[in-house]
Design a protein around this ligand. Sequence first.
Ligand code: SAH
Length: 270
Amino acid sequence: MMAVLNIMKQIYLYTNVSSSNPKCFYQPQYVDKALICDKFVLSLNSRIVFQLSKNQIEDTFMHKGLRRKLVEEIRQKGISDENVLAAIGSVPRHLFMDSSFLQFAYLDKAFPIAAGQTISQPYTVAFQSQSLQLKKFEKVLEVGTGSGYQAAILCCMGASVYTIERQKSLYEFAGKLLPGLGYRPHFFFGDGYLGLPTYGPFDKIIVTAGASFVPEPLKQQLKVGGIMVIPVGKSDLQIMKIITRVSENEYLEEDKGGFVFVPLLTGISD
Ligand code: SAH
């Protein structure tokens, strides 16, 4: 509850952005849509309209030190792919969250972002990234852009990333933040259940929300020899499935243990 109150205190919505002295106010009814991160100010229709200056997205020695500790923690938990560990050590996770939550940014924990969604736990991001067996320049589809952190990790690993999000405010947030940090995935607003048929097939597919079943369009958009990583199950627990497309009509499925994700939902949300 304290966290929620703190979040609410952070939110300022500008009524008139073009004004040189915009009036600041705070309205709880917009919290769900507005709360993303204090790197941006959102207008009343939740469009991102204002980006803070460069010195407010700084990455200090302290942040780097915290990341080094996080990398060691994740290594201890069994992640061995050095490219994944290097990416976790490089991407400034604190910039994907509100700056008042710095103390949470480098804990190995999921954390709430906007619209009732979460930024995945770093171990989970690392586990899914490692499971993709990624090679440089491979074409990867991510379903569930969220904060954009996972997409940044994949970019950092040299993939060509296509990421799709169903929540407009998150799609817009990540679409502004990542290029500002030098990560350039292709962003799409839409229903990831359908994948991106006109951009596929993909070498790899990563789904970062819990699905109740494996969507057929995603299977179809996987190259033969390609790998899909997808958590499948009920809302309180999903099993991480690694699905390899062995031939045109054959898929090999492996189960890799229990994880908890927010649900994969159908349709889009403005
Ligand atoms: N990869 C994200 C994790 C976000 S949580 C990160 O690194 O922060 C899962 C995200 O999946 C949420 O943002 C949610 O809105 C999104 N999502 C859920 N169902 C979806 C769907 N059908 N298509 C696209 N995105 C979806």
